[in-house]
Design a protein around this ligand. Structure first.
Ligand code: IPE
Ligand code: IPE
Ligand code: MG
Length: 270
């Protein structure tokens, strides 16, 4: 996707705005219900400018603001952002401290606007590992937006798939050992109830910024059939226009879920 056609797509959508508000009316069928993003490249963005990594992370908060707004405007129902992984705890203490401080600050700053835009904040991950004050800030954000029924903004903090899957297996094994769960009843859908994403559909589209082509322990179960999109753009440079361009690319993909093209294109039987 070149950026010119991405911009064109965004403009086309914006032209379809209703007279009364700023919400683009995009053809419902082509908008993914759930978009997940691995927000990578803050450190490299800062290094390119001879700045410290903290500056890159701070700049990344602006992209979170812009992309959340864009997702909400497009009618995306779930936006899941990988903000801090289990493995990120192993970074230098100073960088971890900066990130924790930024997370608390950003959630306090953004909550009023998120609430005004009907965005519901959800947390995914081992939140108990975060500093007490940050946990309190996050809980306040969740509480303030708990009645919002627009976009679900899922923030993955101290999250990794292996953490989540191990936790699920531990819980299932405990229930089975207590006799509260029959192992024969563990189906795929029953298993999913033990994941932190149990209330959400699987991501339709998974985007990674920053140029790496890997999942880095993100949604390994849930992304089984997600469409993947890797962009070299560093997260602080990731714009609404590029996001709209990726949505356009997604709208041309054929999701077959193991079936043939003919099958998925067959007219639906009534
Ligand atoms: C992503 O940017 C933010 C987090 C992982 C917290 P990075 O900090 O990983 O940036 P790069 O990959 O070093 O450029
Ligand atoms: C993935 O980025 C985690 C987040 C974006 C929160 P990393 O920068 O930690 O990933 P690796 O280490 O390059 O795989
Ligand atoms: Mg990185």
């Amino acid at each position: 996707m070149n950026s010119a056609s991405g911009v064109q797509f965004a403009i086309t959508k914006i032209e379809k705005m209703t007279e009364s508000d700023n919400i683009p009316k995009i053809n419902k069928g082509s908008v993914p219900r759930h978009v997940a993003i691995i927000m990578d490249g803050n450190g490299r963005w800062a290094r390119q400018r001879m700045q410290g990594r903290s500056e890159g992370h701070a700049e990344g908060v602006n992209s979170v603001h812009n992309i959340t707004q864009a997702a909400s405007d497009c009618g995306i129902k779930y936006l899941t952002l990988y903000a801090f992984s289990t493995e990120n705890w192993a970074r230098p203490a100073e960088e971890v401290d900066t990130l924790m401080h930024l997370i608390g600050w950003a959630i306090r700053k953004e909550t009023p606007e998120l609430k005004a835009n009907n965005v519901h904040i959800n947390l995914i991950g081992d939140i108990s590992r975060l500093p007490e004050q940050v946990q309190a800030d996050l809980r306040a954000g969740c509480e303030a937006t708990k009645d919002c029924d627009g976009l679900n903004l899922n923030l993955c903090l101290s999250y990794s798939s292996r953490w989540e899957l191990t936790r699920a297996v531990r819980e299932i094994a405990r229930l089975a050992a207590e006799g509260a769960l029959n192992p024969d009843d563990i189906s795929e859908s029953a298993f999913e109830q033990y994941l932190s994403t149990s209330q959400f559909p699987d991501p339709d589209l998974l985007i990674r910024t920053g140029g790496e082509q890997r999942l880095s322990n993100f949604l390994l179960w849930q992304a089984a059939y997600s469409e993947l999109y890797f962009t070299p753009t560093l997260w602080p440079d990731f714009s609404k226009e590029e996001f709209f361009g990726i949505l356009e690319d997604f709208s041309h993909r054929e999701r077959r879920f193991g079936k043939t093209s003919d099958q998925v294109n067959a007219p639906t039987q009534i």
